[in-house]
Design a binder for this molecule. Structure first.
Ligand code: ADP
Ligand code: MG
Length: 459
C-alpha cells in the first residue's frame, strides 16, 4: 500500500479516534503518530515515544483495533512501534553488539528475533540491557549472563530466589532474550509454574498428555517461573520432576525462580528440593538506594519521560523493598506529569503516591522501631539487624526482633524478612520458633522479651 493511501486511511482513523477519546487524550497520546504499514491483517502504527507506546498499549489498544478495523475492514491486529525505532533490536546496545554480523554468524534477524521471543513467552523489555546491576543482584546477574552465553555448561539448573518484585522474572527472561538473539535455532520456553500446572490439568482432562510432555521436553532451555507455586501440588510436582529429569538427562538448560529457597517451599517433595539445588542457587536482595535511583533513571530514559532528580531521590528514599512498586510510583508520576503538563513538586508527589507510600510503610515504621529498640537493649549496632553476620550475640537479638515484628505488626513474613536485610520468610519462621522455645526454657530471655514487648506496645 502506498504512502498516500496509508495517510488517507490514518486521517480517517484519527477522526474516529478523536471522537472516541476526546481531543485532549487524542492529542496527548496520538499526536504525531503515523500508520506506517498494513499487511496480513495487521496495521503498524508508529508513535513518537516509548512512553506513548507503553501507554497506548496498556490503555487504548482495543479501541485502536476497533477503530482501525472500522476504517479498514480486514484489519484484525494492531502493532505499535516507536518512530525511528522500527529497525532497532529490542535487546538494545548489548544485543546490537552481539548481533553485529547477523546472517553470517547465525544470528537471528530482528524480525525473526521478535517473533521468536513472543512465541517463547518473553516480555520485549526484560533484557540484560535494561537490567540495572547493583550489589544486591550482581551475583545473580553474572550467573544469568553466563547461562545466557553458554547454557547447559556450568549452572544447571540455575535457581534464582528472592522477595517479590526484585527482578527474578526479568533476569530469567533476559537469558531467553540473549539466547534467541544469538542462536538461530535454539528452542526456548518460558512459563510460570501456575501455567505449567494449568496446562497439565488440562492435558489430563483432554487426554493430551503426550503432546503436553512433548511441548516442554523438547525445549533446549526451559525457564520456569515461581516454582513456589508447586507447594502442596503433588501431581504437578511429580510431572515436573519427570520433565526436569528428561531435560537434564538430555543436557538441556533449566532455570527456576522462587520467592524463597527450595528448602523453604512448603510441601515440596525432598527429591525435587534436592534436584533444584543441584546446580547453582543465587539469592536476589532488595536494592540499595543508589541502585534504586539507577533503576528509576533507566526506566525514565526508556519511557522518554523527564522527571527531576529531586523527585527520583524522593521515590528511591521512600519506596525501598520492591522494584515493581518503585516502578509503579514512577509510572504514576510520569503519567500525571504527561497528562497535566504540570511540573511535579514534592508535595504533589507525596499526594500522588499516597497509596504506594502507605503500602510501603505498612508495618515498616514499627519494624524499624522494634529493630532500634532491640539493638539498643542488647547493645549491638542497628546495622546488625540487617547484616549477614552470624555470631550468637548478634543472631539472637536479631531473631528476637523478628519475633517481635511478627507479634506486634501486621507485616507479612515476607515483608519482615525483607526488612531484616532481605532474608526469606523461612528464616523469619525459624527465628520465631527458636525464640518461642527459648522463652519457655530461658528465664533471662523471657524477661527481656516481656520488657521489650511492653515498652513497644506503649509507644
Ligand atoms: P520478581 O519476578 O522478582 O517478582 P520482576 O522481575 O517481575 O520481579 O521485576 C519487577 C519489576 O522491576 C519489573 O518491571 C522489572 O523490570 C523491574 N526490575 C527489577 N529489577 C530490576 C533491575 N535490576 N533493573 C531494572 N529493572 C528491574
Ligand atoms: Mg516474577
Amino acid at each position: 500500500m502506498g504512502t498516500g493511501a496509508l495517510e488517507g486511511l490514518w486521517d480517517a482513523t484519527c477522526r474516529r479516534l478523536q471522537d472516541r477519546l476526546g481531543a485532549e487524550s487524542f492529542e496527548r497520546f496520538f499526536e504525531g503518530a503515523r500508520l506506517v504499514g498494513l499487511a496480513d491483517e495487521s496495521a503498524v502504527i508508529a508513535l513518537r515515544s516509548d512512553f506513548q507506546q507503553w501507554w497506548v498499549e496498556s490503555n487504548y489498544l482495543d479501541v485502536l483495533r476497533e477503530v482501525m478495523a472500522g476504517a479498514a475492514p480486514g484489519v484484525r491486529k494492531v502493532r505499535l512501534t516507536v518512530e525511528g525505532h522500527e529497525d532497532e533490536p529490542a535487546e538494545g546496545k548489548e544485543g546490537k553488539a552481539e548481533g553485529a554480523a547477523p546472517a553470517a554468524a547465525g544470528h537471528a534477524s530482528d524480525e525473526i528475533y521478535r517473533k521468536r521471543t513472543a512465541e517463547a513467552g518473553l516480555k520485549p523489555d526484560y533484557t540484560f540491557a535494561s537490567f540495572v546491576v547493583g550489589p544486591n543482584n550482581r551475583f545473580a546477574h553474572a550467573a544469568a549472563l553466563s547461562v545466557g552465553r553458554s547454557p547447559s555448561t556450568n549452572y544447571n539448573p540455575l535457581f534464582l530466589h528472592g522477595g517479590v518484585g526484585l527482578g527474578k522474572t526479568h533476569l530469567m527472561q533476559a537469558i531467553g532474550h540473549k539466547l534467541l538473539r544469538s542462536r538461530r535455532r535454539v528452542h526456548v520456553a518460558y512459563l510460570s509454574s501456575e501455567q505449567f500446572t494449568n496446562e497439565f490439568i488440562d492435558a489430563i482432562q483432554r487426554n493430551t498428555m503426550s503432546a503436553f510432555r512433548d511441548r516442554y521436553r523438547r525445549a533446549e532451555v526451559l525457564l520456569l517461573d515461581d516454582v513456589h507455586f508447586f507447594a502442596g501440588k503433588e501431581r504437578s510436582q511429580e510431572e515436573f520432576f519427570h520433565t526436569f529429569n528428561a531435560l537434564l538427562d538430555g543436557q538441556k538448560q533449566v532455570v527456576l525462580t522462587s520467592d524463597r529457597p527450595a528448602s523453604s517451599i512448603r510441601n515440596l517433595e525432598p527429591r525435587l528440593v534436592s534436584r533444584f539445588e543441584w546446580g547453582l542457587t543465587v539469592e536476589l536482595q532488595p536494592p540499595d538506594e543508589e541502585t534504586r535511583i539507577a533503576i528509576l533513571r533507566k526506566k525514565a530514559e526508556q519511557w522518554k519521560v523527564t522527571i527531576g532528580d529531586d523527585i527520583l531521590h524522593y521515590l528511591a528514599a521512600n519506596i525501598r523493598t520492591n522494584i515493581r512498586r518503585l516502578e509503579g510510583g514512577l509510572t504514576r508520576l510520569a503519567t500525571y506529569a504527561s497528562i497535566s503538563g504540570e511540573r511535579l513538586g514534592l508535595p504533589l508527589c507525596e499526594r500522588l503516591l499516597a497509596d504506594f507510600l502507605q503500602e510501603e510503610g505498612r508495618g515498616r515504621s514499627s519494624i524499624d522501631s522494634i529493630q532500634r529498640r532491640v539493638a539498643e537493649h542488647f547493645d549491638i549496632r542497628l546495622a546488625d539487624m540487617t547484616s549477614k553476620r552470624r555470631p550468637a550475640h548478634i543472631a539472637l537479638p536479631r531473631q528476637i526482633a523478628m519475633y517481635l515484628a511478627r507479634k506486634l505488626t501486621t507485616a507479612s513474613l515476607v515483608d519482615i524478612g525483607e526488612a531484616f536485610g532481605g532474608r526469606d520468610h523461612g528464616t523469619v519462621i525459624h527465628a520465631c520458633k527458636r525464640v518461642m522455645a527459648l522463652t519457655k526454657d530461658d528465664a533471662a530471655v523471657r524477661l527481656a522479651i516481656r520488657r521489650l514487648e511492653d515498652e513497644l506496645r506503649r509507644r
